[in-house]
Design a protein around this ligand. Sequence first.
Ligand code: SF4
Ligand code: SF4
Length: 83
Amino acid sequence: MAYVITDNCIKDGLCADACPVDCIHPRTDETGFEAATQVYVNPAECIDCGVCVPACTSDAIFPLDEVPADKQQFIAVNEAYFG
Ligand code: SF4
Ligand code: SF4
């Protein structure tokens, strides 16, 4: 399983700062940050700790099995970022 970030994201980088395994990108100082419409979880690296959820003030992050019906496309969007 992995956590999924949706388009509620406002790119403040708080979740990436909180993630213990640095699997949320792009970070604010990374190439591609300005162009990105949101940040993404690398599903191959996420350890399902849930620490990012309370760090987010925009209600943008969900466990895989709790992604809302109208946000399901972001499961693939997160994965695709790490292509
Ligand atoms: S659940 Fe944990 S490991 Fe996965 S993105 Fe959030 S903080 Fe990182
Ligand atoms: S904490 Fe929430 S709003 Fe901020 S970058 Fe992460 S997902 Fe986006």
